[in-house]
Design a protein around this ligand. Structure first.
Ligand SMILES: Cc1cc2nc3c(=O)[nH]c(=O)nc-3n(C[C@H](O)[C@H](O)[C@H](O)COP(=O)(O)OP(=O)(O)OC[C@H]3O[C@@H](n4cnc5c(N)ncnc54)[C@H](O)[C@@H]3O)c2cc1C
Length: 409
């Protein structure tokens, strides 16, 4: 190794690429090596269940073109897997046997889909969605009239259902829980999304347990615990994800379905950071330590880790933000909600656009914006600054939100 400090980033997805970019911005001299097991240039995943699944161009999801890495002196090593980590020697072992020394290491290894363990789970036509290749292969199966069964009624499953419907498939969503999304804003969105999907002729079945996938070579039906069977030409398993935390775990870092990190993305091992979906962070916004699988979290943690490595002041923690697109609805979620927060509705919930605010002691703690992304900055600021609001005032869609009013004066 030369005299330059070297940062190795393992995992060339969104969080890995953004860490490399932020670190180069903050430190012009350091050597940066970005290792990724996928062959593709680092890309963003949100379009994979939306535009790309609907036939859109996969290359549009690429974060930076190839020559950008060269221009920014980031050594991108695609198609290379890291298989071991020795934190005492400060070395990463690559699958082809090379030992790569580092001064700082960033783990940005993401997650992998959880798989079903019932009989028939390996039949042809049973798929998951995480990569560009997954999205293109599922897209090819979404032919008009195909029976598509989505197992899991979380955001990913519901986006796949919406895209499947747009492709004129007959879609059924099977959810084990009694409601959709029970943990999201205290179940606030579950019944709204059930109604939205049913309105688009998706069969949403909650409180059902899958006991087997049936078929000869290819899947033909999903068997449920009540004995009934749902016909299926393709089954998409969308039952959550498991953290790719094996490297950290084997090296002795504190892990619990994710690598435990502090606000600067530091793990319990020296000079090792974890960012993005693989990181489990304690945050005052969401309470106990959580692993946040969101586009924004990958951006924010990448910047936090890069700042810590470069020795510059960390950016202030921001209220979490997540969005999903289903049919003609752009749904954005900000902050958090606790059980006894007052729910204040702004607008008409039967209209295509409205907002819900979760309020305690005259401050907004969380919000859901339906086709109201234009309010996001204001609402985020209201949440982060804990600005006192008047519930009647924010409920009145004819009045601008307080932060808007203040900004205009
Ligand atoms: C289909 C889909 C739709 C989504 N939609 C939304 C949305 O609408 N809104 C939103 O906020 N978020 C959405 N997300 C979530 C968002 O995309 C993720 O939070 C984000 O991709 C996390 O980035 P990451 O870099 O942590 O993980 P990833 O992007 O998964 O990158 C991790 C990379 O590390 C590589 N890797 C793993 N182990 C190794 C190893 N040992 N050696 C080398 N490389 C390794 C993996 O192959 C992968 O390329 C969506 C995710 C998916 C899958």
């Amino acid at each position: 190794m030369s005299n330059e400090l070297r940062t190795v980033i393992v995992g060339a997805g969104q969080a890995g690429a953004r860490t490399a970019a932020a670190l180069r911005r903050l430190d012009d001299a350091r050597e940066i090596i970005l290792i990724g097991e996928e062959q593709a240039l680092p890309y963003e995943r949100p379009p994979l269940s939306k535009d790309v699944l609907n036939g859109g161009t996969p290359s549009k999801t690429t974060i930076f073109p190839l020559d950008w890495y060269e221009a920014h002196r980031i050594a991108l090593r695609a198609g290379v897997q890291a298989v071991g980590l020795d934190w005492r020697a400060r070395q990463v072992l690559l699958a082809h046997g090379e030992l790569l020394a580092y001064d700082d290491l960033v783990l940005a290894t993401g997650v992998r889909p959880r798989l079903l363990t019932v009989p028939g789970a390996n039949l042809e036509g049973v798929v998951t969605l995480r990569t560009v290749a997954d999205s293109m292969s599922l897209s090819a199966r979404l032919t008009a009239g195909a029976n598509v069964v989505v197992i899991g009624g979380g955001f990913l499953g519901l986006e796949i259902a919406a895209t499947g419907t747009a492709r004129k498939c007959a879609v059924t969503v099977l959810e084990y829980g009694n409601d959709l999304l029970p943990r999201i804003f205290g179940g606030f969105l579950g019944s709204y999304l059930s109604d939205l999907h049913r309105m688009h002729r998706v069969e949403v079945r909650t409180g059902v347990k899958v006991t087997a996938l049936e078929g000869d070579a290819a899947v033909a039906a999903v068997r449920l615990a009540d004995g009934t069977a749902v016909p299926a030409d393709v089954v998409v398993v969308a039952i959550g994800a498991a953290a790719n935390d094996e490297l950290a775990l084997a090296a002795g870092a504190d892990c619990a379905d994710g690598v435990l990190v502090d606000a600067q993305a530091r793990t319990s091992l020296p000079s090792i950071f974890a960012v993005g979906d693989v990181a489990r962070q304690r945050t005052h916004w969401l309470g106990e330590s959580v692993r946040v699988e969101s586009w924004e979290n990958a951006e924010v943690q990448a910047l936090a880790a890069a700042s810590a490595i470069a020795g510059v002041a960390p950016v202030a923690a921001a209220a979490p933000w997540f969005w999903t697109d289903q049919y003609d609805r752009n749904i954005q979620m900000l902050g958090n909600r606790v059980a006894d927060d007052t729910v204040v509705i702004r607008g008409d919930v039967t209209a295509p656009s409205w907002c819900a605010f979760f309020v305690a002691e005259n401050t907004i703690r969380g919000a859901v914006l339906i086709n109201a992304g234009r309010e996001r900055r204001n609402v985020k600021r209201l949440i982060e600054t804990k600005q006192r609001i008047d519930c009647a005032e924010i409920a009145d869609a004819g009045q601008p939100l307080p932060a808007q009013a203040r900004a205009q004066t």
